[in-house]
Design a protein around this ligand. Structure first.
Ligand SMILES: NC(=O)c1ccc[n+]([C@@H]2O[C@H](COP(=O)([O-])OP(=O)(O)OC[C@H]3O[C@@H](n4cnc5c(N)ncnc54)[C@H](OP(=O)(O)O)[C@@H]3O)[C@@H](O)[C@H]2O)c1
Length: 314
């Protein structure tokens, strides 16, 4: 059963209503792609979902954040909101800092005051990409663009102002909502026969649905700390694209190109090798994520069956 209020979106389930199980999870950035999958996953697991979009709670407004969190009294806050446009961030440091760092501080302070657990979603872009192999949780961040820097500053605010936190670092997200790489490249392929794709940036593509499920498992524990949560393995954007078109049986000539030949000078620098790997998921008993190629096949199987990119997802 879904109940919509004028203030925010809430979903209740029958168990909640008869009081057997009542864990409230407040999600920030509720209109974003990850938040969409979290809503689905939380609902499936019988949690009470409370979603706040930017219009309803601008995280840069500390008074509003306090008022919402202290009134809603969630048991857990999942902080998905962020300034996520990597190229735009490069020319909007102040706004990016305000949202990703100050906004995160506001969320951390309010949820600590309430005693709610906090999950902050961070990124592989906090790393410089120079390691040459996947980054683990204990590696030292060294961001090379504004987005990565401000997300890392956000992590530092979480550590400073919250005591029961999870920092979930993830990468290269795609899912049923939002304007992500998979959706964009499929749309482009419908308009031409050849496509140049970057082959010298390597990362771990991650299906938001897998991420949301793992985040809920982690959230249910008290094993606080930093986790790298991406589908396992890694590939370049070029290899990722090949896999995408194989899966949807679309014939197209993909041309591998190095990023300097494709990116414009006003775009953000991106880490060359920002794949993530986790030493803590297994150690803490959560288990590994499935490989990236299995996850994309699963996602595109649904795409082929026309179950994706519907009206809401465009
Ligand atoms: N996408 C990726 O590949 C990726 C990779 C690693 C980590 N992450 C992190 O994962 C999280 C979720 O990413 P996503 O891809 O789901 O992002 P997304 O689709 O861009 O969603 C982010 C949401 O944050 C909201 N927001 C922006 N400024 C806000 C503010 N001042 N107050 C409240 N809400 C605000 C946006 O609202 P509007 O819709 O109104 O702009 C948007 O709905 C982010 O924290 C991101 O940094 C993403």
């Amino acid at each position: 059963m879904i109940v919509s209020f004028s203030l925010c979106e809430k979903t209740y389930n029958n168990k909640d209503r008869i009081g057997e199980f009542f864990v409230k999870v407040l999600v920030t950035g509720a209109n974003g792609q990850l938040a969409y999958h979290l809503k689905e996953a939380l609902r499936n697991e019988n949690y009470t979902y409370i979603g706040y979009s930017r219009e309803l709670m601008d995280i840069t407004d500390s008074l509003k954040v306090n008022q919402v969190i202290l009134t809603e009294k969630p048991d857990v806050v999942i902080h998905c909101a962020g300034y996520t446009n990597v190229n735009k961030a490069e020319h909007n440091y102040e706004q990016s800092y305000l949202v990703n760092c100050v906004g995160t501080k506001n969320i951390a302070k309010a949820s600590e005051r309430l005693g709610a657990k906090l999950l902050y979603v961070s990124t592989d872009y906090i790393f410089d990409g120079e390691k040459g192999q996947p980054y683990i949780e204990t590696d030292q961040p060294n961001p090379i663009n504004v987005y990565g820097r401000t997300k890392w500053l956000g992590e530092l605010e979480v550590k400073k102002y919250h005591s029961n936190y999870f920092i979930i670092r993830t990468s290269w997200l795609y899912g049923n909502r939002g304007d992500h790489f998979v959706k964009k490249i499929i749309a482009l392929a419908n308009t031409r026969n050849t496509l140049p794709v970057v082959c010298d940036q390597i990362g771990s593509p991650t299906y938001c649905s897998d991420l949301a499920d793992k985040m809920i498992e982690i959230m249910e524990s008290n094993k606080f700390g930093i986790y790298h949560v991406s589908n396992t393995g890694f590939c370049s954007w070029y290899e990722f694209s090949k896999k995408i078109f194989e899966n949807i049986d679309h014939e197209i000539e993909l041309i591998p190109v190095i990023s300097t030949n494709l990116t414009q000078s006003n775009q953000a620098k991106r880490p060359a090798f920002s794949a993530l790997s986790s030493i803590y998921l297994n150690r803490q008993g959560f288990g590994e994520m499935r490989p990236w190629d299995q996850a994309i096949s699963d996602f595109l199987f649904q795409y082929k069956n026309n179950r994706l990119f519907n009206k809401e997802g465009e």
